[in-house]
Design a protein. Structure first.
Length: 328
């Protein structure tokens, strides 16, 4: 009997070890890729011409495909071990997914349209909603299946803008279009920065109605309130920020290529490069086996505050870039 129990314990231990090793492998974050070279390789493989918007569309496709094809595939909606017990990589996936959603929406309502009265591109009209299904949906329709459909529609759109005979399919590289998407990215980074900074908790003054004496809000709110990210969510917020900045970093590099003339005319390329530099710092290797949450100037590091610092600086540069694009 004792020998039998020992074998069961050994087998159980071996399964746990296997699950742990699989989880570690699946938790390896995807490497960065060269957006311009990726677009060139795709164009050559499909015998398509690289036109304005081809690189940005390709980058959106590649980032979305990375969510599905990386180590372990898409994990956010898994319901069996070991992925159901993982939280860092699903948080990373969600951060990147939010950036994919923002760019897909901007492509549908701005980049592919010449003016507010113009019609939506059919392929983008179908592609954008596919990315809005819940990231944790696992039964029919599954998140992976819907995202894959969205990617397929993006391939259709890219092929159509590469076809010089298709005048109805366009990508407009204009300052106002770019500024609209940057504004959405500002909000994402601002929210992430606030949540990361709240890892140590702090009392904040309510400034919701500041700057407008006639402003009102639906319900009353306290003048001061304490903001603090739960200890259980600190690592999730950190990895969500890592995923979001990873995706945004690639999108901005693609924008630099497709909107190069616009950026140069506004003398704004250096501002975009500064944003890229700050975002690259968010992707540095995390050498600690766990995300630490030291307070203030204590002995233990606070990884969330370091990440918040990089994101805040990138967000400030985004605001500056947006203002430059708004100038005549």
């Amino acid at each position: 009997m004792a020998e039998h129990k020992g074998k069961i314990a050994a087998a159980f231990g071996a399964i746990l070890l296997l699950f742990y090793l699989i989880a570690v492998y699946w938790s390896i974050e995807p490497a960065r890729f060269n957006v311009v070279e990726s677009a060139k390789a795709d164009a050559m493989a499909r015998n398509e011409k690289i036109v304005v918007g081809y690189t940005t569309t390709t980058t959106l496709i590649k980032v979305a495909e990375t969510l599905l094809d990386k180590n372990g595939g898409y994990l956010s909606n898994d319901v069996i071990p070991p992925s159901v017990l993982m939280d860092n990589m699903p948080a990373w996936e969600y951060g990147a997914l939010e950036m994919v959603r923002d760019l897909a929406l901007s492509m549908r309502k701005d980049f592919s349209r010449s003016q507010s009265q113009s019609t939506e591109h059919p392929s983008l009209k179908k592609a954008q909603p596919q990315f809005n299904i819940s990231s944790t949906a696992w039964m029919w329709p599954s998140a992976e299946g819907e995202y894959r459909k969205g990617i397929d529609y993006l391939y259709e759109y890219r092929a159509q803008i590469a076809n010089q005979q298709d005048a109805n399919s366009q990508f407009y590289a204009r300052a106002d279009n770019l500024r609209g998407w940057l504004k959405e990215s500002e909000k994402r980074l601002g929210s992430l920065s606030q949540r990361l900074s709240a890892s140590v908790g702090q009392e904040r003054v309510n400034t919701d109605l500041a700057g407008d004496s006639a402003a009102h809000q639906a319900t009353n709110a306290p003048l001061r309130h304490e903001i603090k990210t739960s200890w259980w969510q600190i690592d999730d917020v950190f990895y969500e920020a890592r995923g979001a900045t990873w995706a945004l970093l690639h999108f901005l590099k693609a924008v630099e290529y497709d909107f190069g003339d616009v950026l140069d005319k506004k003398n704004a390329r250096i501002s975009l490069l500064q944003i890229v530099r700050e975002l690259e710092a968010t992707q540095d290797t995390v050498w600690s086996p766990m995300i630490l949450n030291g307070s203030g100037f204590g002995l233990v590091a606070n990884h969330s505050l370091v990440m918040a610092n990089y994101i805040s600086r990138a967000n400030a540069a985004l605001i500056e870039l947006s203002e430059l694009l708004a100038q005549g």
